[in-house]
Write a protein that binds this ligand. Sequence first.
Ligand code: GLU
Length: 294
Amino acid sequence: MTYVGRFAPSPSGALHLGSVVAAAASYLDARTHAGRWLLRIEDLDTGRSDAKVAQGIIDTLARLGMQPDDAPTYQSRQLDRYRRALSTLSARGLTYPCACTRAEIRAASTVPGVYPGTCRDGLPPGRKPRSTRVRLDQAEDSFFDRFAGPQLSRIGRDYGDPAVVRADGAYAYLLAGAIDDVLDEVTDVVRGDDLLPTTSTQRLLLAQLDLKPPRYAHIPVIRGDDGRKLSKQNHAQPVDADAPVAVMSRAFEAMGLSPYLSRAEARASQDALWDDAISAWPRFLADRAAVISR
Ligand code: GLU
């Protein structure tokens, strides 16, 4: 099967170094597997998505040396895909309405972020539906992550029933992203490890639809000085597309690729730096594979 990879940014803010690391890791993995690399704009959250920001991300990636092999796709333009997936799930009796607010879920959860199942067997009396959830019954999920190693998740501890349609009516990213990966024939998801905890939910949603999940590789995300993930929310600086060599050198360093690159002279041009990184990537992954198989 031909390798297909992708980068799937949410256009809620300009590209920062953490997103460049995720983009570059998936790009390098696609290039070294002679694969295709897709760009998917995850703009279902209309309140936080901005078309200009999306275009800025596309342009910045190109100027940093990452051109997708197909025209970028926009989740907001393929709602039919998610609608169809949802009707299949409903037809199978796997969806149910949920009345819980975020605050109620937080108060009732024993594990933060894991839905406690409040509305699973029906709405509490007098409550109105807000979101739609999918029933996940599998007791556990295990998979091999090409970067993070073997993973095992358990129901109630690591995942609960996910919301697939949010209270504002938008399809949830967890469902939409998983569906897109399958329909776009993505073979390998390479992304930041902030998404590792929700990967089983995506895998199990696909299982409820009899769809085969892709392979995954979750690379460590850059942490800020305070130890938190760099994100648009905590104001990570946008990268400077006018300084592609500097930005990419920092990104390769952040992902741990620097020791595998040849000497600094090779970084005189953007092309030379990318060539260097592309030839370093397989050795970098092989060393990682040796660590996780121990
Ligand atoms: N849009 C998600 C984000 O920006 C990434 C989704 C993915 O790579 O699966 O965090």
